[in-house]
Design a protein around this ligand. Structure first.
Ligand SMILES: NC(=O)C1=CN([C@@H]2O[C@H](COP(=O)(O)OP(=O)(O)OC[C@H]3O[C@@H](n4cnc5c(N)ncnc54)[C@H](OP(=O)(O)O)[C@@H]3O)[C@@H](O)[C@H]2O)C=CC1
Ligand SMILES: Nc1c(N[C@@H]2O[C@H](COP(=O)(O)O)[C@@H](O)[C@H]2O)[nH]c(=O)[nH]c1=O
Length: 507
């Protein structure tokens, strides 16, 4: 089982949103004859991969698997049937499947005369697959807090500069991590200070990474359209109301005090904003090419006029401060205008990412880098201060500016974080990357909402500047948040330390 757990971790960046599962097949004499793990959604499950390697030697043998074999026809056929067909006599399982849609595998196997043992190394396997298992219990996404810091714990220099603390290799790893999650969350402070893109990309040329290559041709593929119960959120953008709202540019109706959602703007000029708001979002949300704007709109069902948004006062102020004319953004957009503007807006968004429009159009056509495959960008922004020109609004990925009006206020009057996560969970997001900054991370810690820490530490010293973590509710050394380090790895000159909080804290 320990080997199966080890195998299950091979897909850390590619397996989400599916569970990390590993399998070892032993022949009738107890010799290992097959090993496998579940690499990606739509691809063969761990058992199928291990059985394929074992071939006839599996007959009369044992399959050791970290998660109860599925009993469901989703994108791939049920593993129970694969195990039965292979003639396996015994199946040893670590963790029962908590997913009601796929559970029941042990019972089915037993019905077919297979000896099943459940609960072997259950705790270890639960930790290894916590990213997938925990949300069934907590009803919120699994939250990984990532930060980059110097050896003396600074996450920016005294003058606010922070590009870059860590080197190319570590940052490439961050992009792989972004590609694996459902949403990347930052506070308004980070957006105002850094104007980050927060996309998963290949940093060297700025192009969008293909987070999840088109589904591999699996063994035992389910009929087209079969649902996969393990999949939610951005992998099926049509299921995400947040992503849909973010990408079809609805009218923003609320005032900033109650928090308007301003999900649609791009880095265009204000006049172009309402126009490009719809067009970039529609283009990226559907993965349609910039050259087919009409079909792009039709495909999303978006109403171009919906892009006409009443610009909230705070946003208007922000825009004015940036030299924009906010009233121009509220000008109604005719369908014709919106349609005609799509290629331009796509080009604008693309230019902001340092790529050519042609590159983006190609990527969108092939599905690689389409916004629907990108994690949802979430800005936790109590009063909607995210500027219209912020890069998170560039249309390269769906963006949700989560305001107090949208989510509700916590005791401090800021965005209520448990409710924010509940909204994301209800929308199908199970795996969230909290990318800062220090203030928001502190608030997440105070609320006991962090499940894993991934810290990139650079061998550099700053001596001044913001710490990686602000007030986390620790007033005395006895209350220090203690972590267990689960992995230390080097990326070029930098260290990546992965750790888990020892106990779940809540202030
Ligand atoms: N090296 C690294 O890994 C990183 C470094 N940084 C650096 O950090 C600095 C920015 O830090 P900071 O200003 O702390 O940015 P944050 O991203 O932590 O944003 C903080 C803001 O989030 C908003 N917010 C909304 N709801 C909440 C809530 N419930 N609890 C707490 N905050 C909430 C608040 O503003 P409001 O209520 O008005 O919305 C708050 O001021 C920059 O210098 C940046 O370069 C940032 C990220 C990562
Ligand atoms: N400075 C710093 C990081 N900073 C984080 O990356 C964000 C910028 O993302 P993007 O605009 O998409 O490249 C920034 O706002 C902050 O959250 N990350 C790192 O891995 N290493 C670094 O040295």
């Amino acid at each position: 089982m320990r080997r199966a757990i080890e195998l299950s971790l091979n897909g850390a960046y590619t397996t989400p949103p599916n569970p990390d599962v590993g399998c070892v097949v032993l022949d009738a004499d107890g010799a290992i004859v097959g090993e496998g793990w579940h690499e990606r959604r739509g691809g063969p499950h761990a058992e199928v991969n291990a059985l394929a390697q074992a071939g006839e030697r599996a007959r009369g043998g044992t399959a050791v698997v970290t998660l109860e074999p599925c009993d469901h026809t989703g994108r791939t056929g049920p593993c129970t049937q694969a195990l039965i067909a292979a003639g396996v006599a015994r199946v040893v399982v670590a963790v029962a499947d908590p997913n009601p849609l796929a559970a029941g595998g042990a019972a089915t196997l037993r019905t077919h005369g297979v000896d099943v043992e459940l609960g072997v190394l259950e705790d270890e396997a639960t930790v290894a697959n916590a990213r997938w298992l925990a949300p069934f219990r907590t009803h919120r996404p699994f939250v990984v807090w990532k930060f980059a810091a110097t050896l003396d714990g600074r996450s920016a220099a005294a003058d606010g500069t922070s590009r870059w603390i860590t080197g190319d290799e570590a940052r490439a790893d961050v992009h792989r991590l972004r590609a694996a999650v459902d949403a990347v969350v930052v506070g308004s402070g980070t957006v105002l200070a850094d104007d980050p893109q927060l996309t998963a990309r290949v940093d060297t040329d700025g192009s969008l990474l293909t987070p999840r290559p088109a589904d591999a041709v699996p063994m035992g593929t389910a009929p087209a359209g079969a649902s996969d119960p393990q999949v939610a959120g951005r992998r099926d953008p049509e299921r995400s109301q947040i992503a849909a709202a973010a990408t079809t540019a609805p009218a923003a109706t609320a005032t900033p005090a109650t928090g308007a959602t301003q999900t649609s703007a791009t880095g265009a000029t204000p006049t172009a904003e309402a126009t490009s708001a719809t067009s970039t979002s529609v283009t990226s949300a559907t993965g349609a090419t910039a050259a087919t704007p009409a079909s792009a709109i039709a495909a999303t069902g978006a109403t171009p006029t919906a892009a006409t948004a009443a610009i909230p006062t705070a946003a208007a102020t922000a825009m004015t401060a940036m030299g924009a004319t906010p009233t121009a953004a509220a000008t109604p957009v005719s369908p014709t205008t919106a349609t005609a503007a799509i290629p331009t807006a796509a080009a604008t968004a693309t230019t902001a990412m340092g790529a050519t429009a042609a590159t983006t159009a190609t990527a969108a056509t092939t599905g690689g880098g389409a916004a629907g495959e990108q994690p949802l960008r979430v800005v936790v922004d109590s009063a909607g201060r995210t500027p219209a020109t912020a890069r998170v609004r560039d249309g390269a990925a769906p963006t949700w500016v989560a305001t107090v009006g949208e989510v509700g206020a916590g005791p401090d009057g800021r965005v209520d974080l448990p409710r924010l996560l509940a909204r994301l969970y209800d929308d199908g997001h199970r795996y969230v990357l909290l990318e800062g900054g220090p203030t928001l991370a502190g608030a997440f810690w105070r609320a006991g909402l962090i499940d894993r820490v991934v810290g990139y530490v650079a061998p550099a010293l700053l001596g001044a500047g913001p710490a990686a973590l602000a007030d986390a509710g620790v007033g005395t050394i006895a209350d220090a948040i203690r972590l267990d380090i689960t992995e230390v790895k080097t990326f070029g000159p930098d260290l990546r330390i992965t750790a888990t909080p020892r106990e779940h804290r809540k202030a």
